[in-house]
Design a protein around this ligand. Structure first.
Ligand SMILES: [Zn+2]
Length: 76
């Protein structure tokens, strides 16, 4: 039986590629981490001496949220 090039499943007439929640979770996680890092870099660029320490957490959380948002927007 042939296999699907996308999901390696059995390619039947009614074949549909299954959603892969684990893969999506990894992508969202990566997007969140990338966004968080971007936020931290942004704070480091604006505040190189680290005077506003409370900014780090906020920037990381906002960056993570933006990263996830972008990832979802790109996928749809
Ligand atoms: Zn498939």
């Amino acid at each position: 039986m042939a296999t699907c090039p996308h999901c390696k499943g059995h390619l039947t007439d009614s074949h549909r590629c299954p959603r892969r929640p684990s893969l999506m979770a990894v992508r969202i996680l990566l997007a969140a981490v990338a966004g968080g890092l971007a936020g931290l870099l942004l704070v480091a660029a604006v505040d190189p001496r680290g005077d506003i320490t409370s900014f780090d957490t906020i920037a990381m959380v906002v960056g993570a949220a933006v990263g996830v948002f972008i990832e979802r927007a790109l996928r749809s």
